[in-house]
Ligand binder design. Sequence first.
Ligand SMILES: NC(=O)c1ccc[n+]([C@@H]2O[C@H](COP(=O)([O-])OP(=O)(O)OC[C@H]3O[C@@H](n4cnc5c(N)ncnc54)[C@H](OP(=O)(O)O)[C@@H]3O)[C@@H](O)[C@H]2O)c1
Length: 367
Amino acid sequence: MKPTDMPKEGAEMTEETEHMIEKNCAKEPENVASAGDAKEMRVVVLTGFGGLNKLRVTKKPMPDPLEGEVKIRVKACGLNFVDLMVRQGNIDNPPKTPLVPGFECSGIVEAMGDNTTGFEIGDRVMAFVNYNAWAEVVCTPLDLVYKIPDDMTFTEAAAFSMNFVAAYMMLFEVANLREGMSVLVHSAGGGVGQAVAQLCSTVPNVTVFGTASPFKHEAIKDSVTHLFDRNIDYVPEVKKISPEGVDIVLDCLCGENTGKGLGLLKPLGTYILYGSSSMVTGETKSFFSFAKSWWQVEKVNPIKLYEENKVMAGFSLLNLLFKQGGCSQVKNAVHKLFSLYNEKKIKPRVDSLWALEEVILYLLGDK
Ligand SMILES: NC(=O)c1ccc[n+]([C@@H]2O[C@H](COP(=O)([O-])OP(=O)(O)OC[C@H]3O[C@@H](n4cnc5c(N)ncnc54)[C@H](OP(=O)(O)O)[C@@H]3O)[C@@H](O)[C@H]2O)c1
């Protein structure tokens, strides 16, 4: 299932997909007990780093929750840019293959391990998982599981966690977004980009500058104040509109954009690096792109930041969750985001839905 990326309006689902999702994902909590008796589950497995041909749908033994874990019958899982980078082996310290990709899912609580309080069987939840989300069943620590609002669908929830939490923490906890500020965001039509745009609209008089491929502009033009073609040099375009620059730059491209972003900051402005999309230039990992991005990154001297009154930061939600013990900070952000969702101020945009069997066809471009 693919709850991110643009440009189609709303979730697109064929009748065939709907049938497969209905057939394989029991809709009501009462079906959970019988589904829980199965000894195996279906998963999407990555057999080795590389191209799309490394992905297979296969079966694995049904996992049991360990102490402190919640077992979830997955209804939807997110496909994010980071999953593509994992597939290519384009990440720091990748785990060994074969592995089951996926860092986020939504579903119904099916069982709990020992010492697990706060959840009941049948609860509707979304969760972060340290890999293994592209499966029918997932077990993950209690601290990474959140009960979702009644109105939130499972597909919305699977498109919510990574995109909105990353956007929220960068804007409000790292950069301290306030009334009247301006924000530049790259990949404005992507999952994080759209979450950034929606969250900016919750603060009065925030101007959003965004870059995106031209074919997405029509679909996202209402969410971004000034949209630029990703293929042009956006620096002079931003300066034409705002000669003094911007308050916040969110850079997920890396490479030469780091220097450009820092150059666009107003005094006391914040630049945040949170991705390295420009390292991806084809279906498989390219050492040339990797080296080029690395070489182009501005080497920043802290004394220059001090003299120019600029803030430079980095943000990685997965590292915060899985390596740095940041679960309670993330939980706090999730609760604030749920309030905004309940107030109808934000809403994840789901591009399309795919049944598990279709994922491989979709990724191979047969759909
Ligand atoms: N640090 C964190 O915690 C965190 C969390 C989530 C995501 N991220 C990062 O944020 C970025 C966006 O993630 P997402 O999930 O929102 O992605 P997404 O929904 O898959 O959208 C990605 C968009 O990035 C642009 N793009 C793709 N390949 C590119 C390339 N080689 N060079 C430049 N632009 C490219 C494309 O948009 P256009 O063609 O319209 O430009 C594409 O639609 C990724 O780098 C991801 O790793 C970081």
